[in-house]
Design a protein around this ligand. Structure first.
Ligand code: 5AD
Length: 348
């Protein structure tokens, strides 16, 4: 296994069979070695810095009905909310004071946040905080909308592909969603000039190691600036309520593999990882991650944005939770920085 890991680090790729062996290995020593190499590669590109992104969950209304997701349209038990522009700007203000220089606007696919309304919101955030990056995570839209938001000042866009396998994609997402349109969106976003993030869930119902290989191949071909990988976690109000959660160990292994494939990628230790593993954020860093995305949403809505059960929620204010995060990162030798934290790579 060590030989394969060294090869992956040197060549950023491996033949299918070898990658599959890494994905499915049952070898604690090899896992430790993989993590160590991933952390070293991360260190070379980003040092000990941990980039933070302030996550603002602007709406849990969604027109889609993804089978795994707690805020899917069909979930009658979900208490819906939308933040006002004023509330969103207040989150940014708090976040800025605490040291955040990236704001991530995430939400369900909510037509209320129309092209015009979002463009105006992006402009007003960029006007108030010209030294900050704005990231959007608002799902699938047409190219013109993505272009207008980019022109309004948005810098980055997160849109997980969820799975690169068309059959699994179909099993997880009812119509009208298609893998084809998801890919169209991702290529549009990258062409427009966004720093673009894709990603997938680990252990979603029906996922096989071969399908994970397809995800890695897609990531290699697409060359995203960011990759979001987290374990699937069941939600009570979905058809997957009785399915097991994805493995934290496999998630960590895949994070390390992605670090070796794309050495300069921005790689968050996700909230879902922090939910299945008490020290998930620390473990993420030790496996090659360099980004954390703490919640900046108003404390009274945090419990309503539940994509999965037992989501890691703290009622803490931005400054307080950031202090705790900084402490936990310092414990393992990493340093939370006040910076936009842009992608530091060559051209993709
Ligand atoms: N478990 C884990 N992750 C989930 N997401 C949505 N539902 C779940 C779930 N049940 C992830 C999806 C989405 C991101 C915002 O959250 O990958 O892209």
């Amino acid at each position: 296994m060590r030989r394969l890991i060294d090869l992956l680090e040197a060549q950023h790729t491996l033949p299918d069979q070898d990658l599959l062996s890494l994905i499915t290995m049952d070898d604690a020593e090899a896992d430790a070695y993989l993590a160590q190499r991933a952390a070293i590669v991360r260190q070379r590109h980003y040092g000990n810095d941990v980039f933070i992104r302030g996550l603002i969950e602007i709406s849990n209304y969604c027109k889609n009905d993804c089978h795994y997701c707690g805020i899917r349209r069909g979930n009658r038990c979900c208490q819906r909310y939308r933040l006002t522009e004023e509330q969103i700007l207040a989150c940014c203000h708090q976040g800025y004071e605490a040291g955040f220089r990236t704001f991530v606007m995430q939400g369900g696919e909510d037509p209320y946040f129309s092209r015009e309304r979002m463009a105006a919101l992006i402009r007003s955030i960029k006007q108030s905080y010209p030294d900050c990056a704005v990231t959007l995570s608002l799902g699938e839209l047409d190219r013109e909308t993505y272009q207008e938001w980019f022109d309004a000042g948005a810098d980055r866009y997160l849109l997980r592909h969820e799975t690169a396998n068309a059959r699994l994609y179909r099993a997880l997402h009812p119509e009208p969603l298609t893998l084809e349109n998801r890919m169209r969106c991702l290529y549009d976003l990258k062409e427009i000039g966004y720093q673009t993030g894709c990603g997938f869930m680990v252990g979603s119902p029906g996922q096989t190691p071969e399908m994970i290989l397809e995800d890695l191949r897609f990531i290699q071909e697409f060359r995203p600036h960011m990759v979001g990988i987290g374990p699937f976690i069941p939600h009570q109000e979905t058809i997957f309520r009785d399915q097991p959660a994805g493995s934290a160990e496999l998630t960590l292994r895949l994070l390390s593999i992605v670090r070796l494939m794309l050495p300069d990628v921005l790689l968050p230790a996700t909230t879902a990882l922090g939910t299945v593993l008490g020290d998930g954020r620390q473990q993420g860093m030790l496996h090659g991650c360099n980004v954390v995305m703490p919640n900046l949403s108003p404390p009274n809505v945090r419990g309503k944005y539940t994509l999965y059960d037992n989501k890691l929620i703290t009622g803490a204010e931005a400054a307080e939770s950031l202090r705790l995060l900084a402490e936990s990162m310092a414990e393992i030798g990493y340093r939370v920085v006040t910076a936009r934290g842009d992608w530091k790579g060559g051209s993709t």
